[in-house]
Design a protein around this ligand. Structure first.
Ligand code: PEP
Length: 250
């Protein structure tokens, strides 16, 4: 059986001291609780290498929250996929709702990012999800289809075999304490599974994660949803005990 994936997105939080302490506590918690899942943390870029340094035994995987859509060159403030590869960063998030909706990223630039990452053998966690307005007007499937269609245009064009992971995160569930009902989740993941099957031209298996207000209390039931192979966690990944409790309960 393949490993479950537990990913923690730290967003723009913490400082050097607290980030190292959080990573150390997570590593300790994994060892102490004998956790066998694939655990990935996404610290702010400036702390990636310091955290890599305390993870020499590779107990956790480390990912970047963002990457440039372009190759190396005159792009002030950007970090390229080549630089991530050079720093031995294994994963990168693409398409998180905060980047789509606050920082105005669109499907086109997100697909460029996916291409740069795959060219550099960095695994992609691609986030999709509908806003509250789209949810309320019953446009969830329409939005997910559009997001998946553009992702697969990019994946199918690249000859690389580097498994992508898709995280379904309803935007209205992120940081709000709200989660879809079990029935809604089963319906939506069924739809995502079938849509991925329709668009995916390769033999790559694509794992699906759920994200949005995951807590130690709801993690187990969320993981019971068919086709869900893991969780993407925001707020609860900033507290080592909560994050480890989630890892332990599933
Ligand atoms: C996220 O931002 O990816 C996320 C899922 O956040 P939270 O767990 O805080 O809802």
């Amino acid at each position: 059986m393949s490993k479950k994936i537990i990913a923690g997105n730290w967003k723009q939080n913490g400082n050097i001291k607290s980030s190292i302490k959080l990573a150390q506590d997570i590593i300790l918690g994994i060892k102490k609780n004998n956790i066998k899942h694939e655990v990935i943390i996404f610290p702010p870029s400036i702390y990636l290498l310091s955290i890599k340094n305390i993870n020499k035994k590779e107990i956790i995987n480390i990912g970047s929250q963002n990457v440039s859509a372009y190759n190396d060159g005159a792009l002030t403030g950007e970090i390229s996929a080549t630089m991530l590869k050079d720093s031995k960063i294994q994963y990168c998030l693409v398409g998180h709702s905060e980047r789509r909706h606050i920082l105005d990223e669109n499907n086109l630039s997100l697909c460029e990012k996916v291409s740069r990452l795959r060219e550099n053998n960095i695994k992609v966690i691609y986030c999709i999800g509908e806003t509250l307005k789209e949810y309320k007007t019953k446009r969830t499937k329409y939005i997910l289809n559009k997001q998946l269609q553009s992702l697969f245009k990019s994946l199918n064009n690249s000859k690389r075999s580097n498994k992508a992971i898709i995280a379904y995160e309803p935007v209205w569930a992120i940081g709000t304490g709200l989660i879809p009902s079990a029935k809604e989740l089963s319906n939506t993941f069924g739809y995502i599974h079938n849509t991925v099957k329709r668009y995916n031209e390769s033999n790559e298996s694509i794992k699906l994660l759920y994200g949005g207000s995951v807590s130690p209390e709801n993690a187990q039931s969320l993981m019971k949803t068919q086709y869900v192979s893991g969780l993407l966690i925001g707020g609860a990944s900033l507290i080592a005990k909560k994050f480890i409790d989630i890892c332990s309960t599933i």
